[in-house]
Design a protein around this ligand. Sequence first.
Ligand code: ZN
Length: 67
Amino acid sequence: MVDKYNCRFNPKEEAVLYCEKYEYGYCESCLTDRSVCSDPELYCKFRTHCIIWENCREVAKKTEAGG
Ligand SMILES: [Zn+2]
């Protein structure tokens, strides 16, 4: 069973973050990975307060700038 209180990628890990759009949980090690957002390019109404996106955004910026 999928549980938003556990990590999407590491089900044994407790989620410290939660994607409101997809209802996925993410553990601390996934957060450090900085590319866990499922749709970094897509509009997300939760983005303004999404810590997952905050991290992904930095990666996306670098990609946009051409590396
Ligand atoms: Zn994880």
